[in-house]
Design a protein around this ligand. Structure first.
Ligand SMILES: Nc1ncnc2c1ncn2[C@@H]1O[C@H](COP(=O)(O)OP(=O)(O)OP(=O)(O)O)[C@@H](O)[C@H]1O
Length: 245
């Protein structure tokens, strides 16, 4: 398979502090789901932020040969829901509709019917049809995460980056989101997400990136999710890797 995402030599040092990421490089094929794993403070969120050029960094991330910053409209980024301003007065349907904006040219609009059709379809996909007019401040964590996935889907991104989408959500929301991500993968989209639950690694991911300030290992899950690599990252003797930890 041809690699479509290339991350080369990413370094990050926050102001006046020691280096948080050192020389992280990997590449990934299109149409796959990849998990970024590593202990707390390993630099997983920092890696996504550096790839998106949201923080000062060395090195680069390119998708199909172009830096991510230059093709921002083709990239869906689902940040941690803890970063979402729940007090902002906006409904579920309005939030999803914001995802259409990057697809449009200046002052362009989708026809009213087309716009509504896409929102209705997305609401159905995330199983939130009956919540369309609810304020986002009145949703559970899992519902809010599904809305954020909906806003990302409707953008039609080629590359999707998610920061801990399953943090603090219920099993039903997690299963719904995983179904959507697998559909997007089947459609050729490339998906990269920060993930914590090691037990799910063998079933969820085609590839994993293991980091702890530097790259410990990257590659297909079967070859990379090994006791030795996990021990290096987490400092624990973790057994029964492929069957769940
Ligand atoms: N804005 C910032 N300024 C200074 N240091 C930061 C900043 N953001 C993160 N850090 C530090 O950088 C390191 C990596 O943080 P990061 O959030 O990327 O780790 P993580 O692997 O995503 O952690 P977790 O699993 O706990 O979410 C940590 O030591 C953290 O304290």
């Amino acid at each position: 398979m041809i690699n479509i995402l290339t991350v080369q030599g990413i370094n990050v040092t926050y102001q006046n502090q020691k280096r948080v990421l050192s020389d992280v490089s990997f590449s990934l094929p299109a149409g796959t789901i990849t998990g970024i794993i590593g202990p707390n403070g390993a630099g997983k969120s920092t890696l996504l932020n550096a790839m998106l050029s949201m923080i000062p960094h060395g090195g680069y991330a390119k998708f199909n040969g172009t830096s991510l910053a230059e093709i921002a409209k083709k990239i869906g980024y689902v940040q941690q829901t803890s970063q979402v301003d729940r007090h902002f007065p906006i409904t579920v349907a309005e939030t999803i509709s914001l995802g259409i904006v990057p697809r449009l040219k200046l002052f362009q609009r989708l026809g009213r019917n087309k716009h509504q059709e896409e929102i209705d379809w997305t609401l159905a996909q995330i199983e939130m049809t009956e919540f369309a007019n609810r304020q986002i401040g009145q949703l559970s964590g899992g519902q809010l995460q599904r809305v954020m996935i909906g806003r990302c889907m409707i953008q039609h991104p080629e590359l999707i980056l998610l920061d801990e989408p399953f943090a603090g959500i219920d099993a039903h929301s997690e299963a719904t989101i995983m179904r959507i991500l697998n559909d997007l993968k089947a459609d050729g989209k490339t998906i990269l997400m920060v993930h914590h639950d090691l037990a799910k690694v063998p079933t969820y991911f085609d590839n994993i990136i293991i980091i702890k300030e530097k790259l410990i290992a990257a590659g297909p899950t079967k070859e990379t999710f090994t006791a030795q690599n996990m021990n290096q990252a987490y400092g624990l003797p973790i057994v029964n890797m492929q069957g769940g930890v």
